[in-house]
Design a protein around this ligand. Structure first.
Ligand code: NAD
Length: 505
C-alpha cells in the first residue's frame, strides 16, 4: 500500500452526489498491469467520512428518484446501453490493461453486462404488479413492486464490466439509489462505465462509488441506511458479507466461488466437445466463476484425453492485448503463487500431470503473472486440486463408468454454480437435467451463463440468499412486494354487521 506519492498517474475517483472527486485518504493502492507489473493507476481506500457522504447522498436522492416516472428511468437505461455500445472498444483496452484478459474476452465482458442494461429497458413490464378483481364482495387485491431505498454492490476483479452491470442498472431502474464498491484490483474500467451512466442522465446521488477493501465493505454491510447488499466474490468473503449484512437486517445476495464440472458421454460429438472444454477451462486464464474446472469422462470418452491435451498445447499464452492470445496473465503475483501451490499439491498428492503450465516464459513479458494450460488426470475427490477453487488455467480429470456415477460425483461436490453435459442423446440430457443438483446446467454448452431475461441461478455452496442477479429475480431482490386488499363501498350498499372473523365478506 502506498502512503500518498501520487505523481501524474490516473487515480480512481469517488462518485459522491454526482461529482467525481479525489479521495482525501492517505491510503492508496497501485493498480497494476498483470502482464507487465507496470503501475497504471492508483485506487484510494475511502475514509469513513467519504463512505458516509456517499450513503447520505444516496439516501437524500431516493425521495425524488423513487417518484421519477418509470419511463424516465427506463430512458436513461436506453441511453446508457447506446453509450456503452459506442465506447466498448475503448473500455476493453483499459479492462485488458488492468485485468489481463484478452481484448476479445474484455469485449465479451462488456457485452454480457450490456445485455443486462438492455434488459433494464424493459422495466415497465418487469416491475408490473398483479391484480385480482373481486376476491370478496367489492374487494380487490393487487401488488406493487416498490423500491427498497439505498442498495449497495460489492464486485470482484474477474469481470470488472459485467458484474457491476449486473447490479446498479437493475437496482436503479427499479427506483433505488446505489453505492457501488468495485474491486480495488481493477476499478478503472468499472469507472468508465460509471461515467457513462452519469452521462446517460442518472441524477446526482442516485449512483455513488466508493473504493477500498474490507473496511469499506464492512461499513456498507453495517450501515443502517442500506437496505440491500449484492455481493459477488470469493466464498470466504461472501460468507462474511452475508452474515454481517444479514445480522444488520439487510436483504443480501452473495454469489461466491465454484468448482464447475462437465460430464462427457461417449456418444458426444468429440471435436465440438473437446473444443468447448478447452475454451471453458483455459479461457480468461481460468478466472471465471463459471470456468470449467473438472472434466468427468464417462466410459470410452476417457480415450479422448490425449487429444484434449494436444488442443490445450496449441493455446497461445501472452499479454491480453497481443493479437491471437488465448491465455492472458492471472491477476497478481499472489494469485499466480496460489495457482502454482495448488498445482504442486496435485503432483504431491499423486495426480498425473499431463500438461504443466508452471514454468511458462512469455517473451517480452517476463514479469507477467502467466500460468500455461495445465491438465491433471487420475484426480481423486480427496485431493486439494479437486476440493478447492483454483481460479487458474488448470483442468482436473476424473474417469467413471456410468452416467449415474457422474451425477453422484457432481452432486457430492459442495459447490453449485454451473455444470455441463456433452451428449447426443436427448434421453440422457433429460435425465441429467432432472437429477443434477446444480443451479445452472449447460447441455452441449460449456459455460451456461443465462441471458438476462432469465436470472443467474448458481446454487448450493456457490450462493447465499434466495434471489440471484439480473432478470426477474433481480427485480424481486431490489423491490418490496406490497400487497393491497381494498374495498370500495357502493353508496347503495347496506352497512351490514360487525364481522368478528378473519373472513372477507
Ligand atoms: P474477493 O472475495 O477477494 O473480493 C470481492 C470483493 O470483496 C472485492 O470488492 C474486495 O474488495 C472485497 N473484499 C476482499 N476481501 C474482503 C474482506 N476480508 N472483507 C470484506 N470485503 C472484502 O474475490 P475476487 O478475488 O475479487 O474474485 C474472485 C472470486 O469471485 C472467485 O472465488 C470467483 O469464483 C468469485 N466469483 C463468483 C461469481 C458468481 O457469480 N458466483 C462471479 C464472479 C466471481
Amino acid at each position: 500500500m502506498n502512503t500518498v506519492s501520487k505523481i501524474q498517474i490516473t487515480t480512481a475517483k469517488l462518485l459522491i452526489n454526482g461529482e467525481f472527486v479525489e479521495s482525501k485518504t492517505q491510503q492508496w493502492q497501485d493498480i497494476i498491469n498483470p502482464a507487465t507489473q507496470e503501475v497504471i493507476g492508483l485506487v484510494p481506500f475511502a475514509t469513513p467520512e467519504e463512505i458516509q457522504a456517499a450513503i447520505s447522498s444516496a439516501q437524500s436522492a431516493f425521495a425524488s428518484w423513487r417518484e421519477t416516472p418509470i419511463q424516465a428511468r427506463m430512458r436513461i437505461m436506453l441511453k446508457l446501453q447506446q453509450l456503452i455500445r459506442d465506447n466498448a472498444k475503448k473500455i476493453a483496452q483499459v479492462l485488458t490493461a488492468e485485468q489481463g484478459k484478452t481484448l476479445a474476452d474484455a469485449e465479451g465482458d462488456i457485452q454480457r453486462g450490456l445485455e443486462v442494461v438492455e434488459h433494464a429497458c424493459s422495466i415497465g413490464t418487469l416491475q408490473m404488479g398483479e391484480y385480482t378483481e373481486g376476491v370478496a364482495r367489492g374487494v380487490d387485491t393487487y401488488t406493487l413492486q416498490q423500491p427498497l431505498g439505498v442498495c449497495a454492490g460489492i464486485t470482484p476483479f474477474n469481470f470488472p464490466a459485467m458484474i457491476p452491470l449486473w447490479m446498479f442498472p437493475m437496482a436503479i431502474v427499479c427506483g433505488n439509489t446505489f453505492v457501488l464498491k468495485p474491486s480495488e484490483q481493477d476499478p478503472l474500467s468499472t469507472m468508465m462505465l460509471v461515467e457513462l451512466a452519469i452521462e446517460a442522465g442518472i441524477p446526482a446521488g442516485v449512483l455513488n462509488v466508493v473504493h477500498g477493501g474490507k473496511e469499506v465493505v464492512d461499513a456498507l454491510c453495517t450501515h443502517q441506511d442500506i437496505k440491500a447488499i449484492s455481493f459477488v466474490g470469493s466464498t470466504a468473503v461472501g460468507t462474511h458479507v452475508y452474515n454481517l449484512a444479514g445480522q444488520h437486517g439487510k436483504r443480501v445476495q452473495s454469489m461466491m466461488g465454484a468448482k464447475n464440472h462437465v460430464v462427457v458421454m461417449p456418444d458426444a460429438n468429440k471435436e465440438q466437445t473437446l473444443n468447448a472444454m478447452v475454451g471453458a477451462a483455459f479461457g480468461a486464464a481460468g478466472q471465471r466463476c463459471m470456468a470449467l474446472s473438472v472434466a468427468v469422462m464417462v466410459g470410452d470418452s476417457k480415450h479422448w484425453i490425449n487429444e484434449l491435451v494436444t488442443k490445450a498445447k496449441t493455446l497461445s499464452v501472452n499479454a491480453g492485448h497481443e493479437p491471437n492470445t488465448d491465455i492472458g496473465p492471472v491477476i497478481s503475483p499472489r494469485a499466480k503463487a496460489r495457482v502454482i501451490d495448488l498445482i504442486n499439491s496435485g503432483v504431491e498428492q499423486g495426480a498425473e500431470l499431463l500438461l504443466d503450465g508452471r514454468d511458462i516464459q512469455v517473451k517480452g513479458y517476463e514479469n507477467g503473472n502467466f500460468v500455461g494450460a495445465t491438465v491433471f488426470n487420475q484426480v481423486t475427490t480427496d485431493m486439494r486440486i479437486y476440493k478447492e477453487e483454483i481460479f487458474g488455467p488448470v483442468l482436473t480429470i476424473l474417469c467413471v463408468e456410468t452416467l449415474d456415477e457422474a451425477i453422484e460425483l457432481v452432486n457430492a461436490n459442495p459447490f453449485g454454480n454451473g455444470v455441463g453435459l456433452f451428449t447426443q442423446s436427448g434421453a440422457v440430457a433429460r435425465t441429467f437435467q432432472n437429477r443434477i443438483d446444480i443451479g445452472q446446467v449447460g447441455i452441449n454448452i460449456p459455460i451456461p451463463v443465462p441471458v438476462p431475461f432469465f436470472s443467474f441461478t448458481g446454487s448450493r455452496g456457490s450462493k447465499l440468499g434466495d434471489l440471484g442477479p439480473y432478470g426477474k429475480q433481480a427485480v424481486q431482490f431490489y423491490t418490496q412486494t406490497k400487497t393491497i386488499t381494498s374495498r370500495w363501498f357502493e353508496d347503495s350498499q347496506e352497512a351490514g354487521e360487525v364481522n368478528t372473523t378473519i373472513s372477507l365478506r
